[in-house]
Write a protein that binds this ligand. Structure first.
Ligand code: THG
Length: 369
């Protein structure tokens, strides 16, 4: 059986790097923020091995920016998140849960503080722009909110520093985690941060405008030759091992940050102004009734997880698996799920209902990497 194809049109946006991605032989895409996001180049496992050993260039232009600009930008940013941002200086990034008035997760972006009065919210897959515009307008805030023409490109893998130093000089090596600097590329300033959606280390470059997309892509590809650079993309296996959550897969607006194991990014006591603060104070007091957990699924490689797989204990439903893949390095299926409080203790044996039948799933203390 051949799988049906996805019809392309302008609503499914290309990126400034799409020509390079196609030339590199992309095998599969997913859709993220109405934009193409590559998901496989050679195979999931070959891409995984190469990411852990070399260096890859990722077209992550689908991580769109919501820009806040104006005197109330900082105030608006704090209204969106329970993470206390008062100590965050310009030049820094922060992973921030975004919650609605019920404390439900609307997105889990990286906030980039460009200046006191200018922020980029580098969003995961949900239309956050409309929520932010609604709040800015409804509260009559003095701030402009829009989606600028900014396209992130990631350089990820153990040789990322070596590659980046070839293009931008040794100064990039001094960037610390979740900080950014401005670096010249063909006479244009690029925001370059040490961040990215893998645990292998690397950078994200925020390209403003489209015209330098392919020159930047090829400059990085050329500079990376000595280290076998390839086009790559966020890798399902590697991100599950590292416990990097995927909004829309692992959590939705039905979940609070506490359920998502994101309490380390919540300062609900001190995040004054956060719209979901009262709701979160209530759930923090009682504690969540379910929580994201790492799970190991027994047996050989599981099929792709394109819907929630029920987790059961006997006849009782106790949660769901939302992401799963075979890990070559750990010789088991690694998975992310949401498990009820009664069954989330490490070591608990559950049953996961995969499309190919039931399997044993064991709750783990932590993720793999
Ligand atoms: N980079 C940028 N934008 C993004 C992503 C990114 N937008 C979409 C998506 N990824 C948002 N989700 C995440 C999830 C995890 C992390 C970043 C964005 C992440 N987490 C680290 C961790 O969990 O180890 C570190 C968090 C911290 O300690 O602050 O990096 O990848 N621009």
């Amino acid at each position: 059986m051949t799988a049906p194809r996805l019809s392309l049109s302008r609503r499914l946006r290309r990126t400034p790097f799409s020509d390079g991605v196609e030339a590199a032989g992309v095998k599969a895409y997913t859709v993220y923020n109405h934009m193409l996001l590559p998901s496989v180049f050679r195979s999931l496992e070959e891409d995984y091995r190469h990411l852990k050993e070399a260096v890859q260039i990722w077209d992550v232009a689908c991580e769109r920016q919501v820009e806040l600009r104006g005197p109330d930008a900082g105030r608006l940013m704090q209204m969106l998140t329970p993470r206390d941002l008062r100590g965050l200086l310009p030049g820094r990034c922060a992973y921030v849960p975004i919650v609605d008035e019920t404390g439900g997760m609307l997105n889990d972006p990286v906030a980039v503080k460009l200046a006191e009065d200018r922020w980029w919210i580098s969003i995961a897959d949900s239309d956050l722009l409309y929520w932010v515009k609604g709040i800015a307008h409804g509260w009559r805030l003095d701030v402009l909110v829009d989606e600028p023409d900014v396209s992130p490109l990631a350089v990820q893998g153990p040789r990322a520093d070596d590659l980046m130093a070839e293009v931008f000089g040794d100064g990039v090596r001094d960037l610390r985690f979740f900080r950014f600097g401005r670096f010249d590329f063909m006479g244009r300033d690029l925001v370059v941060a040490r961040s990215g959606y893998s645990k292998q280390g690397g950078f994200e470059l925020y390209l403003e405008g489209c015209d330098l997309g392919m020159p930047l892509w090829y400059a990085l590809m050329e500079a990376g030759r000595p280290w076998d650079v390839r086009a790559g993309c966020p890798n399902l296996i590697e991100r599950i091992e590292g416990g990097l959550l995927s909004y829309g897969n692992d959590m939705t607006d039905d979940n609070t940050p506490y359920e998502c194991w994101l309490e380390r990014f919540c300062n609900t006591d001190s995040a004054i102004g956060c719209i979901g603060r009262d709701a979160l104070l209530r759930v923090a007091k009682d504690g969540p009734v379910q929580k994201i957990r790492a799970l190991e699924i027994a047996g050989g490689p599981v099929p792709g997880c394109d819907r929630w797989w029920p987790l059961t204990a006997g006849e009782q439903g106790v949660g769901r698996v939302s992401s799963a893949a075979w890990s070559p390095d750990f010789g088991t299926n690694v998975a992310i799920g949401m498990v009820r409080v009664t069954h989330w203790a490490p070591g608990t044996e559950l049953t996961v209902q995969t499309p190919e039948g039931p399997r044993v799933a064991v709750v783990r203390e932590r993720f793999w990497a």
